[in-house]
Ligand binder design. Structure first.
Ligand code: ZN
Length: 79
């Protein structure tokens, strides 16, 4: 078990940081996602990838086809 500890801690750190960064980029709760990513060794990253970004103004999930336009279809504001 001692040999497994270091890779586990590394996976937890990397998973947590990557998940947190992605959550931040998508206007989601990055503190919560960092903790989740660290606790579950980056597995939540896969779920986060499947989620769309939230609008910073109205907090609605923005469909993928609107991501390039950077215009929220719900409140017509830029994000
Ligand atoms: Zn919006």
């Amino acid at each position: 078990m001692g040999n497994l500890l270091i890779p586990l801690v590394l996976a937890s750190l990397i998973g947590g940081v990557l998940t947190g960064m992605l959550a931040y980029g998508r206007n989601r709760d990055h503190v919560l996602w960092t903790i989740l990513g660290a606790a579950l060794l980056g597995v939540p990253l896969i779920f986060l990838l499947a989620f769309s970004a939230l609008c910073p103004h109205c907090k609605m999930p923005i469909p993928r086809r609107f991501h390039k336009e950077h215009l929220c279809p719900y409140c017509d504001k830029e994000f």
